[in-house]
Design a protein around this ligand. Structure first.
Ligand code: COA
Length: 195
C-alpha cells in the first residue's frame, strides 16, 4: 500500500515549480503533458523503465519508494495518458560515493535539508526520442533545484551521453570507474551549478 507521506515542497504545493508552458510539450503531431508523478503513474513508469532497461529495470517497489521519499522529484511525460518519459531525483547532502551499490537505497540518503539534487534516472520511450524531450525534462529539473534553493545538480552519465549533458549545462567532474562493475560504458560524474 502506498503511504502518502512524501516530502512537501517549501510552499506545500506539489509541482508548483512548473509553469503552464513547462507542462505542455508540443511535438509535430501530438501534445505531451509533463507533471509531477503520482502513485497511479507507477505502473506506467515501470513499463517504460522495462522497455528501456530490460532485465536491469528498477522494481515497482523501488520506483514507488523513490516517489514516496520526494514526490516533486519524479516527473512524468504522458502522451494520451501513457507514460512516455520520466525522471526521478533525490535531495541529499555531502554524499560522496564511488559505486551505485553505495547509493541505491536512495531513501536512506534523502535529506529534506540537503543542498544537492541528484538525478537518479532519466528515460524517454524510443519512439519519442530525438525531439528534445529529455532536454526539456532537464530544464524542468533545473527549475526544481532552483525552487528548492539547491546549489547544484549531480548525475552519473554514460560516457557517450557526456556531450548531451554538456549541451544541457552540465560539466564533467571525474570518471567513476567502479560505479557499475561489468557495464560496457564508462560512467562519469557530472554537475550543473544552480547557485
Ligand atoms: C538519453 C535519452 C534520455 C535522451 O532522450 P531524448 O528525448 O531523445 O533527448 P533529446 O531529444 O533532448 O536529445 C537527443 C540527443 O541526445 C544525444 N543522445 C541520445 N542518446 C544518445 C546515445 N545513445 N549516444 C550518443 N548520444 C545520444 C544525441 O545528441 C541526441 O541528438 P540526436 O537525436 O540528434 O542524435 C534517451 O535516449 C534514453 O532514454 N536513453 C536510454 C536511457 C538512458 O541512457 N538514460 C540516461 C541515463 S545516464
Amino acid at each position: 500500500m502506498f503511504q502518502d507521506t512524501y516530502f512537501e515542497s517549501p510552499t506545500g504545493t506539489k509541482g508548483c515549480f512548473l509553469s503552464p508552458e513547462d507542462c505542455l510539450y508540443q511535438m509535430p503531431d501530438k501534445d505531451l503533458i509533463i507533471s509531477t508523478a503520482c502513485p497511479e503513474d507507477i505502473p506506467g513508469i515501470h513499463a517504460l523503465e522495462t522497455v528501456i532497461e530490460g532485465p536491469g529495470a528498477a522494481s515497482r517497489t523501488a520506483l514507488e519508494e523513490r516517489l514516496q521519499m520526494f514526490r516533486d522529484g519524479s516527473l512524468v511525460v504522458k502522451c494520451d495518458d501513457r507514460v512516455v518519459g520520466y525522471l526521478q531525483s533525490t535531495i541529499w547532502k555531502n554524499t560522496v560515493f564511488a559505486r551505485f551499490a553505495e547509493i541505491c537505497d536512495f531513501a536512506k540518503w534523502h535529506r529534506n535539508d540537503g543542498d544537492e539534487l541528484y538525478l537518479i534516472f532519466l528515460g524517454v520511450h524510443p519512439k519519442f526520442r530525438s525531439n528534445g524531450l529529455a532536454g526539456h525534462l532537464l530544464a524542468c529539473l533545473t527549475k526544481l533545484g532552483k525552487f528548492y534553493g539547491l546549489r547544484r545538480i549531480t548525475l552519473v552519465a554514460k560516457n557517450h551521453l557526456i556531450p548531451f549533458y554538456e549541451r544541457n549545462g552540465f560539466q564533467t567532474v571525474k570518471e567513476l570507474p567502479d560505479f557499475l562493475p561489468g557495464e560496457a560504458f564508462s560512467p562519469f560524474l557530472m554537475q550543473k551549478r544552480l547557485a
